[in-house]
Ligand binder design. Structure first.
Ligand SMILES: C[S@@+](CC[C@H](N)C(=O)[O-])C[C@H]1O[C@@H](n2cnc3c(N)ncnc32)[C@H](O)[C@@H]1O
Length: 227
């Protein structure tokens, strides 16, 4: 029995993890960025503090700061328990223990929660749900999607993946997606067909190895662009 979650949970990674997962360069972070399915990640909060331009979208942003804090608390116990039971599925070099993981995630999610009310007012956190994004064509230079597409392949169908990636390419010049593994650490069941269809439909796709690996073998990022 491997790592398993029945639903898509709000669980937030740190700014540094985003930089590593998406191989973000100094130039990348000056671009107009969309964080899709950002949930309670601290990427938006930290990038904004350093002068970056980023909008995060997620259905979670329908809720108030207090309601999200409650969801995070509920999720925390479930995810940490799953990681504890399946420690052999993860790489413990940068994050050295389950306790350290809990601390890193909690501090990222606290940074998000502290920034959330101001970010909502500024339009930096907007309630939206793939596969439909309410932005004009090519509004962003770079769209990032972490721990949603491919990871939740059991919950999200192949056709959902295709529609979501095409919508991300409609609103952004470049799209990066990480990871390409499912929750149980296996390569996404949808990846081969999605890559094949994107290529057939005229999109450029490129897989690259990045400096981030927490799920064992999960160090591949997908870049997609409209040709
Ligand atoms: C596991 S969290 C990942 C959060 C963040 N990207 C990170 O890596 O730390 C997955 C997020 O996807 C969001 N989500 C679920 N369905 C979505 C959809 N159809 N469109 C956009 N976001 C969605 C959830 O609300 C949740 O916040």
């Amino acid at each position: 029995m491997g790592f398993k979650l029945t639903e898509i949970v709000p669980w937030g990674r740190s700014y540094t993890e985003y930089v590593d997962m998406f191989a973000l360069t100094k130039t990348d972070v000056t671009k107009k960025i969309l964080g899709c399915g950002d949930g309670p990640a601290s990427f938006n909060a930290l990038l904004t503090k350093t002068g970056g331009k980023v909008i995060s979208v997620d259905p979670l942003y329908e809720f108030s700061q207090d309601a999200i804090a409650v969801r995070i608390k509920e999720t925390f116990a479930v995810v940490i328990e799953q990681v504890r039971l399946n420690q052999q599925e993860f790489v413990w070099n940068k994050i050295t223990s389950v306790e350290a993981l809990g601390n890193i995630r909690l501090s990222a999610m606290e940074a998000f929660l502290a920034d959330y009310p101001e970010g909502v007012k500024a339009g930096r956190y907007q309630q939206m749900r793939l596969p439909v994004l309410a932005f004009p064509e090519q509004y962003f230079a770079l769209a990032l999607c972490s721990h949603l597409l491919f990871l939740y392949s059991e919950q999200l169908s192949e056709s959902f993946h295709l529609a979501a990636i095409k919508e991300l390419c409609r609103v952004s010049a470049e799209v990066r997606i990480f990871p390409l593994l499912e929750l149980d650490g296996q390569l996404s069941r949808h990846l081969p067909a999605v890559l094949q269809q994107l290529t057939a439909d005229g999109y450029l796709t490129q897989l690259s190895t990045v400096a981030y690996e927490f799920q064992k073998g999960g160090n591949q990022m997908l870049m997609v662009k409209q040709m």
